[in-house]
Design a binder for this molecule. Structure first.
Ligand SMILES: Cc1cc2nc3c(=O)[nH]c(=O)nc-3n(C[C@H](O)[C@H](O)[C@H](O)COP(=O)(O)OP(=O)(O)OC[C@H]3O[C@@H](n4cnc5c(N)ncnc54)[C@H](O)[C@@H]3O)c2cc1C
Length: 386
């Protein structure tokens, strides 16, 4: 393979994985993107979807492609943990609960070939679910991952394979003879043979991947503080997705007690049922800087107390995050030509659709194959095109 200099923009879940695969394949790699800001309210730059301590991981999915990408990624977690010494995977299991006539369980069973790992008759554990709920349990390795630590591990492994990290945002791409110029926050430039844009929700609004059908949506989450005793009692609690078309929030997910950076344990609940469209850079930045939406938090709290009444008196706080959606529901991994500045030199890997944390290793691997001309499968190419 040619020894291209490839710049990966976005030190997030997909970008850090892609950078690792590119460096391990022998490319000269520069991974360009800022660290997490320390003061969100006054941060003038970009934000990310992985600033949190827990994301659900599971092989079960209602879509066979997402199930395959998750399965491939999960199978490689332990190798990455062993190589970096960073533990990010907690295989406590996963529960899918279908209420109110939802087809979730049938759809999941139809496309995931590991029935042995599942217990269709699991009783719901500590969650208060209606007796009519259909419940499916996926044991280890399903559970949760720490997204910050996974990014840290991918970045560490990329650097060990020779990648360079530049911790600044990129504000523009410009043409150069036989190269692309990246214009950085401090005015400096990087020249690269090829560029892979993995800037998540900011890819379009910043202008690095203009004109693509990527939509950024704000999502709220609620965290309930759990005392040490209850956290110990619930240590084996699985992650949960509950779908109930008749509920106020038809689509919710819940993470078991997880220790956050402040040292306390929190149970987190979130939903795909409340969306806040963020159409431009300013509204995206405002979403992260300003306090979370109080009404979202109230609705999430009501659902949380139904599922876990023990938390009715818990201290609550809410947080804001953003997902990047595509019309297909799949990530968008393809060559692009923003303003035709450098045909054949700029590719994107964006559009996690709110579910790419667990699968980011495989998505990054596929993107690395694309930018090194090794992605041959025409079916996969078509699936990931705009
Ligand atoms: C509330 C919430 C809950 C979720 N829960 C789950 C879950 O349970 N399971 C699951 O699998 N997935 C979940 N997801 C989805 C998952 O977190 C995302 O799909 C994933 O983080 C997407 O990865 P990414 O690399 O595309 O984006 P990000 O992780 O956001 O990374 C993008 C990176 O680009 C950088 N960047 C942006 N602009 C620039 C620029 N101009 N120059 C340089 N760098 C730039 C950012 O700093 C960031 O580091 C959830 C998402 C949210 C918001």
């Amino acid at each position: 393979m040619k020894s291209w200099h490839i710049a990966v923009i976005g030190k997030g879940m997909i970008g850090s994985a892609a950078a690792r695969y590119l460096a391990e394949a022998g490319c000269q790699v520069t991974l360009v993107g800022p660290d997490e800001p320390s003061d969100f309210g006054n941060h003038p730059g970009v934000f990310a979807a992985h600033y949190d301590a827990a994301r659900i991981t599971r092989r079960m999915d209602r879509d066979p492609h997402w199930a395959a990408w998750a399965t491939a990624s999960i199978s490689r977690y332990s190798d990455l943990e062993a190589r970096t010494g960073l533990r990010f995977h907690h295989p406590v299991g996963f529960l899918a609960a279908a209420c109110g006539g939802s087809d979730l369980i049938d759809a999941m069973l139809a496309c995931v070939p590991h029935e042995q790992a599942m217990t269709p008759a699991y009783d719901g554990g500590c969650f208060c679910l209606p007796s009519s709920a259909r419940i499916l349990h996926e044991g280890s390795p399903a559970g949760w991952i720490d997204p910050r630590r996974l990014v840290q591990a991918q970045t560490l492994a990329a650097v060990a394979a020779g990648a360079r990290v530049v911790r600044l945002p990129v504000w523009a791409l410009r043409p150069a003879p036989d190269a692309v110029r990246l214009i950085l926050d401090d005015g400096s430039e990087i020249r690269a043979d090829r560029v892979l844009v993995c800037a998540g929700a900011f890819s379009g609004p910043v202008g690095l991947a203009p004109g693509l059908p990527l939509r950024a949506h704000g999502r709220s989450v609620l965290l309930a503080r759990v005392g040490a005793e209850l956290a110990a009692e619930w240590a084996g609690m699985p992650s949960l997705i509950r779908v109930d078309p008749e509920a106020d929030l038809p689509d919710i997910y819940l993470l078991p007690p997880v220790r956050y950076p402040d040292g306390a344990h929190y149970i987190k609940i979130g939903t795909g049922s409340i969306d806040h469209p963020l159409d431009d850079l300013e509204s995206l930045q405002r979403w992260f800087r300003e306090p979370p939406v109080a009404d979202d938090a109230e609705r999430l709290a009501r659902t949380l107390f139904e599922l876990l009444p023990e938390l009715t008196d818990a201290d609550l706080r809410s947080d804001a995050c953003a997902v990047t959606l595509t019309p297909s529901g799949y990530p968008l991994i393809d060559w692009v030509e923003p303003d035709r500045i450098a045909p054949g030199r700029i590719a994107v890997a964006c559009g996690g659709n709110g579910k790419a944390a667990k699968s980011s290793d495989e998505i990054g691997r596929i993107a690395a194959d694309l930018v090194t001309d090794r992605l041959q499968d025409p079916g996969l190419r078509r699936l990931l095109q705009p």
